[in-house]
Design a protein around this ligand. Sequence first.
Ligand code: G3I
Length: 444
Amino acid sequence: MKRIILLVWVLIISFLSQAQLQQSLNFYADKCQSLKIGTAVGSNFYTAYDNGDIYNRTIINNFNILVAENEMKFDAMEPQKGNFNYNNSDKLVAYAQKYNMQLRGHNLCWHSQLPSWITAGLTNGIANGTFTRTSLQAILKNHINTIVTRYKGKVQQWDAVNEPFNDGTGTLRNSIWQQVIGNDYIDSTFVWAHRADPDAKLYLNEYSGEMYGDTKSEAMFNYVKSMKDRGIPITGVGFQCHFMVNTINFTKLDQNIKRYAVAGLEVIITELDIRIKNTDYNSNPAKWLAYQASDYQNMINICLNNSNAKTFVTWGFTDKYSWIPNFTNNAYGYSLIFDNSYTIKPAYTSILNVLATESARLSAVNPVKETAEVRLFFTNGLAFIKTDNAMTRCQLFDMKGNCLIVSEVKNNKIEIPLNNVQSGMYILKVQLENGQTITRKFIR
Ligand code: G3I
């Protein structure tokens, strides 16, 4: 009897752990109208770079677009005038290419996180004559041109201008750029970035511009629409979405996204996190995590339901490394979809369920969603992949998200050596030349 109980117990545990291992946000997102689901990566990404630890595995298993939390800002990229530092940004770019992810560049022009050789131009927040309009324009243009050119075709989306509006009034913030160059620094940033990479998508990224009707949101919409009307190459706006649990007005958010669509502009979710007050959390964790899960679910649904909102990025993924506790003097936290120990939270499950349901619905509506089929042939410990479209590379992942093999195309086919691959279930991602990705479950 004891043996039977033990056997049943082992079966249950192994079933549960299998179910756990198969969870992957990007697996389903790829099937949901190529939804981009992403995260900001923090400083530990670069020290533990691609070493297969849990931080890396969680990224590979779940996201298909990344953004640097700090390492591509002005102070990090150009710490001394004309002296660019590519150490971390190059690592991030190589990583994204290896794992077939897109990148957001954050950011080209912002009032914050500027190097001291730029902030030397301000005394108590007022321009002090160190720079002229012409000299600061030349600095900004060179910064943008150098970075965007270096990552042409590798960074698909740039936050060209970050947080240009004042809180409350929605007037333009009197950053050093605005004071010395004038309001046209915004137009110029977009034009210079577009010239450096005409295929890159360019966004104006803001906080508190999310809700229809708010003063800052109205000012932002009118400003961005006028840019578009004047022919400035702007793709759309980034809504940062640093929200507080249970306070989000989804009707106003949806209404706002829809008016951008009418204006021919994208809205993307760039820095989502949903913080919980520590005292609330401590009083009843399950209740507040459930509210948070519902908020995350509504957020992903808004993206699926709006054709101009197909990028969904959270500002980090584990509560272990969120900026919120530090920023709020430990009054708030718990804002992301994995907890401190990388265990999935109800918020994660709510997003996963939405994506899984939507991908199943789409494949039922249109079973031949992809334009190319993958065919696999096996011989002598090798798998050969062929598709109807030209391929570039293929990756084999285990169900934990570890990338086991990356194979490049040779003579129009891809060979995957399977000799060291144990039997089990895997995910095969084939990247096509046309940018499309085909994902298949693969049983060895
Ligand atoms: O690099 C220094 C390190 O040398 C020093 O020892 C340490 C001591 O505090 O500070 C380190 O710099 C910190 C930096 O992050 C890198 O970790 C700064 O103090 C800290 O203020 C900075 O915070 C970042 C913040 O932007 C700065 O404004 C957050 O990590 C980052 O999450 C946050 O991101 C912004 C987005 O870019 C724009 N939207 C809002 C969002 C949240 O504030």
